[in-house]
Design a protein around this ligand. Structure first.
Ligand SMILES: [Zn+2]
Length: 395
């Protein structure tokens, strides 16, 4: 039986990586495959060139050195994009142009510290194009998304690929290397303070179950200097901070500098005291309702307290007064894109503190254009299930 139908405007995804996803559009994925199926897919790849395969979860699939040496030249991307696996033949291909990356790509700390380089490699190998971007745009619209911000433009050509209407952010170093026209097109700067849960590099306030508490990419002083250097450019700054230690560091530095327009990206483990400081500083939080799924998917690594405190939307809205659409924005990070995952994990999360109403989701997510009813979800309260209504169901 179908649930009630909810009509939505096409959403505005405030955190995606459209140029990178456009480059990767059409690449095969290992998502949902068993080890056997994954190996079958990988072995069938062309023996020439260099293939890219997506959707590898290190916790779910691992490959032996013998298996990697038997594969065609392939780069297998971690689902978080923060790391990769290389087959032996891929290493041979890449060694002349990227010797350090070939040597060190398995070190998670190296990957986090060279993230722009790692992502640039993906984009270089897969190459974004206007045609691929059009295919991605159609796929996003079919998932209820009419516009998406590009949080990390890797080169000037990507600005052309994503088109004029896409709000673009760039690493300050990459921005420096752009032409005056390119620099103008970039809306703001993007900085990473910590890594990702997928790699256990997000800088948590308690150790992971396997030990280690993640990685802060800057010392306090270095971060302060970096941010102070951006002030004269008068552009907004988006700061990636997932774990409590990264959020603390951002707040401490921003309290000294008072930048005019700052977004905290992810802020997944923000606590109440930090939220109050962020509110006082006038920060905007840009968070991912779909990441509430990580209370389930990363139970293998997160300490118990973190499973409950991840994405604390009720505290942010009811206790501290953040307002969806004003200083609390939503995006997907493309993992996955679309209304279905956002509404599923917003309406029916594992933990009450993560719950969002449909209205709050709509406000935080855009819209990309006026008007409702452009997109439909079916919401089954009894089974706690959200599904996209396909075009055929609609008529
Ligand atoms: Zn991102």
């Amino acid at each position: 039986m179908m649930g009630r139908i909810l009509g939505l405007p096409l959403l505005r995804d405030h955190h995606s990586h459209v140029s990178l996803y456009a480059a990767l559009e059409g690449c095969p994925t290992l998502l949902g495959l068993s080890k056997e199926e994954a190996l079958r897919l990988l072995r069938a790849l062309p023996g020439e060139g260099l293939s890219i395969v997506l959707g590898w979860y290190s916790a779910k699939l691992s490959f032996t050195p013998q298996e990697l040496s038997s594969l065609p030249p392939v780069v297998i991307l971690n689902n978080s994009l923060h790391g990769m696996l290389l087959s032996v033949r891929a290493k041979e291909r890449l060694r002349p142009t990227d010797p350090e990356l070939v040597e060190r790509h398995a070190e998670v700390e190296w990957c986090e510290r060279h993230l722009a380089e790692v992502l640039t490699l993906y984009s270089r190998l897969a190459s974004p194009s206007v045609v691929k971007m059009a295919a991605l745009t159609r796929r996003l619209e079919a998932a209820g998304v009419g516009a998406a911000e590009d949080m990390l433009i890797l080169d000037e050509r990507s600005l052309d690929v994503v088109g004029r209407d896409t709000l673009c952010w760039a690493d300050p170093g990459i921005w420096q290397g752009m032409s005056a026209k390119g620099r103008c097109r970039v809306h703001g700067f993007k900085l990473f303070l910590d890594g990702a849960l997928a790699m256990r590099t997000a800088a948590l306030s308690e150790p992971y179950l396997q030990g280690g508490d993640g990685l802060l990419l800057y010392g306090d002083k270095a971060l302060e200097e970096k941010l102070a250097g951006l002030v004269p450019h008068q552009k907004p700054v988006a700061i990636h901070a997932i774990g409590g230690r990264a959020i603390s560091q951002a707040l401490a530095v921003l309290e000294k500098l008072r930048l005019p327009c700052v977004r905290l990206e992810h802020a997944q483990f923000i606590d109440e005291a930090q939220a109050r400081r962020a509110k006082d500083l006038g920060l905007v939080l840009c968070m991912q309702p779909n990441f509430s799924v990580e209370s389930r998917d990363y139970a293998d690594r997160l300490p118990e307290s973190h499973l409950h405190s991840l994405n604390p939307f009720r505290m942010l809205i009811d206790t501290v007064g953040f307002q969806p659409g004003r200083d609390l924005l939503f995006g997907s990070d493309g993992m996955p894109h679309g209304a279905e995952a956002a509404w599923q994990w917003g309406l029916f999360p594992l933990h009450e503190g993560q719950r969002l109403s449909s209205e709050e989701l709509s406000l935080g997510y855009g819209p990309s254009a006026p008007g409702t009813g452009a997109f439909q979800l079916s919401i089954d309260e009894g089974r706690r299930l959200v599904k996209t209504v396909s075009r055929r169901d609609r008529s």
